[in-house]
Design a protein around this ligand. Structure first.
Ligand code: RIB
Length: 303
Protein backbone atom coordinates (compact mmCIF):
# COMPACT_ATOMS: atom_id res chain seq x y z
CA UNK A 1 0.00 0.00 0.00
CA UNK A 2 1.30 3.38 -0.97
CA UNK A 3 1.69 6.84 0.41
CA UNK A 4 -0.55 9.32 -1.41
CA UNK A 5 0.49 12.97 -1.30
CA UNK A 6 -2.32 15.32 -2.32
CA UNK A 7 -1.00 18.83 -2.79
CA UNK A 8 0.67 21.59 -4.74
CA UNK A 9 3.25 21.76 -7.50
CA UNK A 10 5.12 25.04 -8.03
CA UNK A 11 7.84 26.42 -10.22
CA UNK A 12 10.14 28.25 -7.81
CA UNK A 13 11.91 31.40 -9.04
CA UNK A 14 14.70 31.92 -6.54
CA UNK A 15 17.04 34.85 -6.05
CA UNK A 16 19.71 35.28 -3.36
CA UNK A 17 20.01 38.65 -1.62
CA UNK A 18 22.20 39.86 1.24
CA UNK A 19 19.01 40.84 3.09
CA UNK A 20 15.32 41.18 2.23
CA UNK A 21 14.34 44.51 0.58
CA UNK A 22 12.10 46.85 2.60
CA UNK A 23 8.86 48.17 1.03
CA UNK A 24 9.80 50.53 -1.82
CA UNK A 25 13.45 49.39 -1.87
CA UNK A 26 15.19 47.78 -4.87
CA UNK A 27 18.12 45.45 -4.20
CA UNK A 28 20.34 43.59 -6.65
CA UNK A 29 20.65 39.89 -5.93
CA UNK A 30 22.52 36.99 -7.48
CA UNK A 31 22.31 33.31 -8.37
CA UNK A 32 18.81 33.42 -9.94
CA UNK A 33 17.46 29.91 -10.50
CA UNK A 34 14.25 28.21 -11.59
CA UNK A 35 13.79 25.02 -9.55
CA UNK A 36 10.97 22.53 -8.98
CA UNK A 37 9.01 23.27 -5.80
CA UNK A 38 5.58 23.33 -4.18
CA UNK A 39 4.93 21.83 -0.77
CA UNK A 40 3.03 18.81 -2.10
CA UNK A 41 5.62 18.00 -4.74
CA UNK A 42 8.56 18.62 -2.41
CA UNK A 43 7.09 16.24 0.17
CA UNK A 44 6.38 13.58 -2.46
CA UNK A 45 9.96 13.84 -3.74
CA UNK A 46 11.35 13.66 -0.19
CA UNK A 47 9.24 10.57 0.55
CA UNK A 48 10.20 8.82 -2.68
CA UNK A 49 13.92 9.55 -2.28
CA UNK A 50 13.65 8.24 1.30
CA UNK A 51 12.33 4.93 -0.05
CA UNK A 52 8.52 5.28 0.08
CA UNK A 53 6.16 3.92 -2.53
CA UNK A 54 4.67 7.31 -3.44
CA UNK A 55 1.84 8.72 -5.54
CA UNK A 56 1.18 12.44 -6.12
CA UNK A 57 -2.33 13.80 -6.72
CA UNK A 58 -1.94 17.33 -8.10
CA UNK A 59 -2.45 19.69 -11.03
CA UNK A 60 -0.10 21.47 -13.43
CA UNK A 61 -0.82 24.04 -16.14
CA UNK A 62 -0.29 23.78 -19.86
CA UNK A 63 3.13 25.46 -19.83
CA UNK A 64 6.47 24.24 -21.11
CA UNK A 65 7.91 23.70 -17.62
CA UNK A 66 5.14 21.29 -16.57
CA UNK A 67 6.53 18.44 -18.71
CA UNK A 68 9.98 18.89 -17.13
CA UNK A 69 8.43 18.73 -13.66
CA UNK A 70 6.49 15.55 -14.45
CA UNK A 71 9.59 13.92 -15.93
CA UNK A 72 11.44 14.78 -12.72
CA UNK A 73 8.77 13.14 -10.53
CA UNK A 74 8.78 10.03 -12.70
CA UNK A 75 12.59 9.87 -12.48
CA UNK A 76 12.21 9.86 -8.70
CA UNK A 77 9.87 6.85 -8.99
CA UNK A 78 6.70 8.78 -8.10
CA UNK A 79 3.42 7.53 -9.59
CA UNK A 80 2.18 10.52 -11.65
CA UNK A 81 -1.05 9.01 -13.04
CA UNK A 82 -3.17 11.30 -10.83
CA UNK A 83 -1.49 14.56 -11.89
CA UNK A 84 -3.84 16.47 -14.19
CA UNK A 85 -2.75 18.99 -16.80
CA UNK A 86 -5.32 21.80 -16.70
CA UNK A 87 -5.93 23.92 -19.81
CA UNK A 88 -5.90 27.70 -19.60
CA UNK A 89 -3.97 28.13 -16.35
CA UNK A 90 -0.31 28.35 -15.39
CA UNK A 91 1.49 25.89 -13.17
CA UNK A 92 1.75 27.26 -9.61
CA UNK A 93 4.54 29.79 -9.16
CA UNK A 94 6.57 30.77 -6.09
CA UNK A 95 8.79 33.87 -6.02
CA UNK A 96 11.41 33.15 -3.37
CA UNK A 97 14.05 35.42 -1.85
CA UNK A 98 16.83 33.78 0.18
CA UNK A 99 19.01 35.95 2.43
CA UNK A 100 22.56 35.41 3.68
CA UNK A 101 21.24 33.64 6.79
CA UNK A 102 19.54 31.03 4.57
CA UNK A 103 16.08 32.34 5.51
CA UNK A 104 13.42 32.95 2.85
CA UNK A 105 10.34 34.92 1.93
CA UNK A 106 7.85 33.32 -0.47
CA UNK A 107 5.09 34.87 -2.62
CA UNK A 108 2.74 32.38 -4.31
CA UNK A 109 0.48 32.40 -7.38
CA UNK A 110 -1.66 29.25 -7.03
CA UNK A 111 -2.35 28.74 -10.77
CA UNK A 112 -3.27 25.09 -11.41
CA UNK A 113 -3.11 24.26 -7.68
CA UNK A 114 -6.44 26.10 -7.27
CA UNK A 115 -7.94 23.71 -9.86
CA UNK A 116 -7.46 20.68 -7.60
CA UNK A 117 -11.10 20.82 -6.52
CA UNK A 118 -13.13 18.12 -4.73
CA UNK A 119 -14.84 17.35 -8.08
CA UNK A 120 -11.47 16.78 -9.75
CA UNK A 121 -10.29 14.69 -6.79
CA UNK A 122 -13.26 12.36 -7.32
CA UNK A 123 -11.73 11.32 -10.65
CA UNK A 124 -8.75 10.04 -8.66
CA UNK A 125 -10.74 8.34 -5.88
CA UNK A 126 -8.68 5.15 -6.23
CA UNK A 127 -5.56 7.11 -5.22
CA UNK A 128 -7.12 7.55 -1.78
CA UNK A 129 -7.03 3.77 -1.20
CA UNK A 130 -3.65 4.14 0.46
CA UNK A 131 -1.76 3.37 3.65
CA UNK A 132 -0.98 7.02 4.40
CA UNK A 133 -2.34 10.31 3.07
CA UNK A 134 -0.04 13.34 3.40
CA UNK A 135 -1.61 16.82 3.08
CA UNK A 136 -0.47 20.46 3.23
CA UNK A 137 -2.38 23.74 2.70
CA UNK A 138 -1.50 24.99 -0.80
CA UNK A 139 -4.62 23.51 -2.46
CA UNK A 140 -8.30 24.35 -1.72
CA UNK A 141 -9.27 23.50 1.86
CA UNK A 142 -12.41 21.63 0.71
CA UNK A 143 -10.20 19.30 -1.31
CA UNK A 144 -8.08 18.51 1.74
CA UNK A 145 -11.28 17.81 3.67
CA UNK A 146 -12.62 15.51 0.96
CA UNK A 147 -9.30 13.69 0.66
CA UNK A 148 -8.98 13.24 4.43
CA UNK A 149 -12.55 11.96 4.72
CA UNK A 150 -12.14 9.44 1.91
CA UNK A 151 -8.75 8.20 3.07
CA UNK A 152 -9.97 7.83 6.68
CA UNK A 153 -12.97 5.82 5.48
CA UNK A 154 -10.56 3.41 3.79
CA UNK A 155 -8.55 3.09 6.99
CA UNK A 156 -5.55 5.20 5.92
CA UNK A 157 -3.43 7.22 8.35
CA UNK A 158 -3.90 10.96 7.66
CA UNK A 159 -0.87 13.22 8.15
CA UNK A 160 -1.30 16.99 7.90
CA UNK A 161 1.54 19.45 7.54
CA UNK A 162 -0.46 22.64 8.21
CA UNK A 163 1.65 24.92 6.02
CA UNK A 164 1.41 27.74 5.07
CA UNK A 165 0.00 28.86 8.43
CA UNK A 166 -3.75 29.42 8.66
CA UNK A 167 -6.65 28.65 10.98
CA UNK A 168 -8.36 25.32 10.23
CA UNK A 169 -11.88 23.98 10.79
CA UNK A 170 -12.37 21.47 13.62
CA UNK A 171 -13.81 19.06 11.05
CA UNK A 172 -10.45 18.74 9.29
CA UNK A 173 -8.41 18.46 12.48
CA UNK A 174 -10.71 15.66 13.69
CA UNK A 175 -9.75 13.61 10.60
CA UNK A 176 -6.00 13.91 11.23
CA UNK A 177 -3.88 11.22 12.94
CA UNK A 178 -0.54 13.05 12.91
CA UNK A 179 0.06 16.80 12.56
CA UNK A 180 3.40 18.54 11.99
CA UNK A 181 3.18 22.33 12.47
CA UNK A 182 6.18 24.60 12.96
CA UNK A 183 6.07 27.14 15.80
CA UNK A 184 4.16 29.77 13.80
CA UNK A 185 1.65 27.27 12.47
CA UNK A 186 1.10 25.75 15.91
CA UNK A 187 0.39 29.21 17.33
CA UNK A 188 -2.03 29.96 14.47
CA UNK A 189 -3.92 26.72 15.12
CA UNK A 190 -4.04 26.91 18.91
CA UNK A 191 -3.59 30.57 19.90
CA UNK A 192 -0.67 29.52 22.12
CA UNK A 193 2.77 31.06 21.52
CA UNK A 194 5.35 28.30 21.02
CA UNK A 195 8.46 30.07 22.26
CA UNK A 196 9.65 27.37 24.68
CA UNK A 197 8.97 23.76 25.65
CA UNK A 198 6.06 24.58 27.91
CA UNK A 199 4.41 26.52 25.05
CA UNK A 200 4.98 23.55 22.72
CA UNK A 201 3.50 21.20 25.31
CA UNK A 202 0.43 23.41 25.82
CA UNK A 203 -0.11 23.80 22.04
CA UNK A 204 0.27 20.04 21.54
CA UNK A 205 -2.37 19.40 24.20
CA UNK A 206 -4.83 21.70 22.39
CA UNK A 207 -4.19 19.78 19.16
CA UNK A 208 -4.70 16.44 20.97
CA UNK A 209 -8.02 17.80 22.25
CA UNK A 210 -9.04 18.34 18.58
CA UNK A 211 -8.74 14.58 18.11
CA UNK A 212 -5.15 14.26 16.85
CA UNK A 213 -3.22 11.37 18.43
CA UNK A 214 0.30 12.44 17.50
CA UNK A 215 1.64 16.00 17.40
CA UNK A 216 5.11 16.90 16.13
CA UNK A 217 5.96 20.61 16.44
CA UNK A 218 9.15 21.53 14.60
CA UNK A 219 11.24 24.01 16.58
CA UNK A 220 13.91 24.96 14.02
CA UNK A 221 17.45 24.59 15.37
CA UNK A 222 16.07 23.32 18.73
CA UNK A 223 14.73 20.12 17.15
CA UNK A 224 11.13 18.95 17.50
CA UNK A 225 8.50 18.55 20.21
CA UNK A 226 7.04 15.04 19.91
CA UNK A 227 3.79 14.52 21.79
CA UNK A 228 1.87 11.25 21.81
CA UNK A 229 -1.52 11.17 23.56
CA UNK A 230 -0.53 14.14 25.72
CA UNK A 231 2.96 12.89 26.66
CA UNK A 232 5.57 15.21 25.16
CA UNK A 233 9.36 15.36 24.87
CA UNK A 234 11.88 17.41 22.86
CA UNK A 235 14.10 15.59 20.38
CA UNK A 236 17.18 17.71 19.53
CA UNK A 237 18.12 18.08 15.87
CA UNK A 238 21.42 18.14 13.97
CA UNK A 239 23.69 21.17 13.95
CA UNK A 240 24.58 22.20 10.39
CA UNK A 241 25.52 25.38 8.51
CA UNK A 242 22.34 26.41 6.65
CA UNK A 243 22.68 27.92 3.18
CA UNK A 244 18.98 27.73 2.26
CA UNK A 245 16.15 26.51 4.50
CA UNK A 246 13.59 26.35 1.65
CA UNK A 247 11.76 22.98 1.75
CA UNK A 248 13.43 21.85 5.00
CA UNK A 249 9.97 21.32 6.48
CA UNK A 250 8.82 19.50 3.35
CA UNK A 251 11.88 17.25 3.47
CA UNK A 252 11.17 16.51 7.14
CA UNK A 253 7.57 15.55 6.39
CA UNK A 254 8.31 13.39 3.35
CA UNK A 255 11.15 11.54 5.08
CA UNK A 256 9.10 11.08 8.27
CA UNK A 257 6.20 9.47 6.43
CA UNK A 258 8.58 7.35 4.34
CA UNK A 259 10.25 6.03 7.49
CA UNK A 260 6.87 5.20 9.04
CA UNK A 261 5.76 3.46 5.83
CA UNK A 262 8.87 1.30 6.02
CA UNK A 263 8.00 0.20 9.56
CA UNK A 264 10.22 2.47 11.65
CA UNK A 265 8.96 3.38 15.13
CA UNK A 266 7.97 7.01 15.67
CA UNK A 267 11.06 8.33 17.49
CA UNK A 268 13.64 6.81 15.08
CA UNK A 269 11.44 8.03 12.22
CA UNK A 270 11.65 11.56 13.64
CA UNK A 271 15.47 11.27 13.85
CA UNK A 272 15.57 10.02 10.24
CA UNK A 273 13.41 12.99 9.16
CA UNK A 274 15.60 15.43 11.12
CA UNK A 275 18.66 14.01 9.35
CA UNK A 276 16.98 14.47 5.97
CA UNK A 277 16.01 18.07 6.77
CA UNK A 278 19.52 18.82 8.08
CA UNK A 279 21.04 17.72 4.77
CA UNK A 280 18.48 19.73 2.79
CA UNK A 281 19.39 23.06 4.42
CA UNK A 282 23.02 22.66 3.33
CA UNK A 283 21.91 22.75 -0.33
CA UNK A 284 20.13 25.44 -2.38
CA UNK A 285 16.58 25.18 -3.68
CA UNK A 286 13.55 23.03 -2.92
CA UNK A 287 13.59 19.64 -4.69
CA UNK A 288 17.21 20.27 -5.64
CA UNK A 289 18.07 20.05 -1.92
CA UNK A 290 16.19 16.84 -1.02
CA UNK A 291 18.51 13.94 -0.07
CA UNK A 292 18.26 10.22 -0.87
CA UNK A 293 17.88 7.48 1.74
CA UNK A 294 21.54 6.40 1.60
CA UNK A 295 22.69 9.96 2.36
CA UNK A 296 20.35 10.21 5.34
CA UNK A 297 21.50 6.83 6.68
CA UNK A 298 25.15 7.89 6.31
CA UNK A 299 24.49 11.05 8.36
CA UNK A 300 22.69 9.08 11.07
CA UNK A 301 25.58 6.61 11.28
CA UNK A 302 28.08 9.44 11.83
CA UNK A 303 25.94 11.07 14.54
O1 RIB B 1 8.00 24.78 1.40
C1 RIB B 1 8.75 25.34 0.34
C2 RIB B 1 7.85 25.56 -0.84
O2 RIB B 1 6.89 26.53 -0.51
C3 RIB B 1 8.55 26.10 -2.05
O3 RIB B 1 9.05 25.08 -2.88
C4 RIB B 1 7.49 26.95 -2.72
O4 RIB B 1 7.04 26.44 -3.92
C5 RIB B 1 6.36 27.06 -1.70
O5 RIB B 1 5.31 26.26 -2.03
Amino acid sequence: MTLTVTGSINIDHVIRLPQFPRPGETLTGSDYRIVPGGKGANQAVAAARAGADTRLVACVGEDAMAKTLLDGFAADGININAIDTVAGVNTGVALIQVNDAGENTIALAAGANAELTPARLEHHASALYCKQLLLQLEIPLETNLAAARAAREQGAQVILNPAPARALPAELLALVDLITPNETEAERLTGIAVSDESGADAAAKVLHASGIATVIITLGARGVWLSEQGQGRRIPGFSVQAVDTTAAGDTFNGALVAALQQGMALEPAVRFAQGAAAISVTRPGAQTSVPWKAEIEALLEQA
